[in-house]
Design a protein around this ligand. Structure first.
Ligand code: GLC
Length: 479
């Protein structure tokens, strides 16, 4: 099968979050399983590194309709791990200074990109069997395919899958944008409109042959208004074509035995390097290792749905458990201010680094003892899987992919990998943290066994890549 995977970001070229990890690792896994895979993404000239550009070649250019206008689109390509990448270039849209998103014209930028993906397929005669479009930025790809391309010469029999990584971001704009910017006439309003707006994600859910999301639990949660940010009504009518596959992680990229970003390597057989990682980490973030207290870490965007309200509410009580807390992240000022204040209140117990620093994140995964993710909702979550790989024990709320990946330590069959809590309640979270610190302090042997079990857990793509292939085959027959 030939699969075209469209994403607004992909490792190692441009990343703002978990989507880039998935777009960087799932295609590679599909190729390892014998499939052909193409990744298409925007050419973010300011983000892609010079050494990467040296290996990227110009292929072609064409013009793309954006409403009543036409815009230039250059095509560049490279190959990495057996995956072919196409980068779609337009400096007006993608040469921006302040990150990938949050510009006033994001809707137009990704409408252009989506239309350009269809033009690319046509102009370069790509003939994919499957197009898997991801999140709202690519949501118009299946829409444009269905409205304008599917009956054109050489464009028949492409099957469409739409994957939701986060339902909160939908691409909602005023109805007036439909003709003016998206180039979609009024008689298609029933596809595009939702709650009196144009809604990119809703339109993709409407027209795609399959809708997937990034964990089985999230697939059922998004049928519920508490999680769906309004889209539960449409999703319930499309439940027959919706399912969830748990993401994996790239086991080569996150490998404590070989990782060059961490101060000491370690493995299941010899874990001593983890101790060094902890010591060096504490030093780097300005804390001392006086009594080998457990280090609880959080690496996250500081936004509400990650559960920071709970952390704020019982922060002093967490500190009373005789632990140290290391936080890395940036986001809403109320949380940034709070952690700054906590650092001043507990200078020898709390460290806060404001920002998104991948190299420090790796050192935290490797050097911490526990990793806290009390998310209100979590479509999949990758940090808990990365932590496990580095022998750091997750403390998570049982929601979405966190529920599907982390069983509780208290399970009678010894399958637990971390400490979990159910209700979105600060004291339930505190109790999970308390169980973790108590085990750490009181039973070093059992703690060690838990770390071993964590490091043995397999969250590689092997299983999930098979599930995607199964789904693709269901659509296009056994190829
Ligand atoms: C989004 C979700 C996260 C998921 C990631 C990759 O960032 O919020 O839970 O792991 O996408 O699918």
């Amino acid at each position: 099968m030939k699969i075209l995977y469209a994403s607004s970001e992909a490792q190692p070229f441009a990343a703002s979050g978990g989507l880039a990890d998935v777009a960087g690792s799932l295609p590679k896994a599909l190729v390892e399983e014998g499939q052909e895979c193409i990744v298409v993404m925007p050419y973010y000239v300011n983000t892609i590194k010079d050494y990467q550009k040296e290996k990227i070649e110009y292929v072609d250019n064409f013009y793309v309709s954006v409403g009543w206008r036409t815009q230039y689109c250059g095509v560049f390509t490279t190959e990495l791990n057996g995956v072919t990448y196409y980068f779609l270039d337009n400096e007006y849209y993608f040469k921006r200074d302040f990150g990938l998103y949050s510009y006033y014209d994001d809707g137009e930028r990704y409408a252009f990109f989506s239309r350009a993906v269809m033009e690319l397929v046509q102009k370069l005669d790509l003939h994919p069997d499957i197009i898997n479009a991801n999140d709202w930025q690519c949501a118009l790809i299946p829409v444009y395919y269905n409205l304008y391309y599917r009956n054109q010469y050489n464009m028949q029999n492409i099957h469409t899958v739409f994957t939701i990584h986060n339902i909160q971001y939908q691409g909602r704009y005023g109805l007036e944008t439909m003709e003016e910017i998206l180039g979609i006439p009024k008689h298609y309003t029933s596809i595009m409109e939702y709650d009196h707006d144009v809604n990119f994600m809703k339109a993709a859910i409407e027209v795609s042959e399959k809708v997937t999301t990034v964990s089985p639990t999230y697939a059922s949660e998004i049928m519920d208004p508490w999680f769906a940010h309004g889209l539960d009504r449409i999703l319930r009518t499309k439940a027959y074509k919706t399912c969830g596959f748990l993401n994996g992680i790239d086991q080569d990229m996150y490998n404590p035995e070989k990782d060059t970003d961490i101060p000491a390597n370690f493995s299941l057989r010899n874990k001593s390097g983890k101790k060094t990682c902890k010591e060096k980490l504490l030093k780097e973030v300005g804390l001392n290792n006086d009594n080998d207290a457990p280090v609880i870490a959080m690496v996250s965007r500081l936004v509400e749905h990650k559960g920071f309200d709970l952390v704020k509410y019982v922060f002093d009580k967490i500190i009373e458990l005789n632990c140290k807390v290391i936080i890395l992240g940036s986001g809403e000022p109320q949380y940034e201010d709070f952690f700054k204040e906590m650092h001043y209140r507990y200078p020898d117990k709390v460290s806060f680094t404001c920002g998104y620093i991948p190299a420090l994140a790796k050192k935290i995964y490797a050097g911490a003892d526990m990793f806290l993710m009390p998310s209100k909702s979590e479509p999949c979550g990758l940090a808990q899987m990365i932590s496990l790989r580095y022998g750091t024990i997750p403390v998570v709320r049982a929601t979405g992919g966190l529920k599907d990946s982390i069983r509780d330590y208290g399970e009678p069959d010894d399958s637990g990998l971390g400490f979990t809590f159910q209700t979105y309640d600060a004291f339930d979270m505190l109790e999970a943290v308390r169980r973790g610190t108590e085990l750490y302090w009181n039973d070093k042997r059992k703690w060690g066994a838990l770390v071993t079990r964590a490091m043995k857990a397999d969250f590689s793509w092997n299983r999930s890549a098979q599930l995607y292939i199964g789904l693709y085959k269901e659509l296009c027959g056994d190829k």
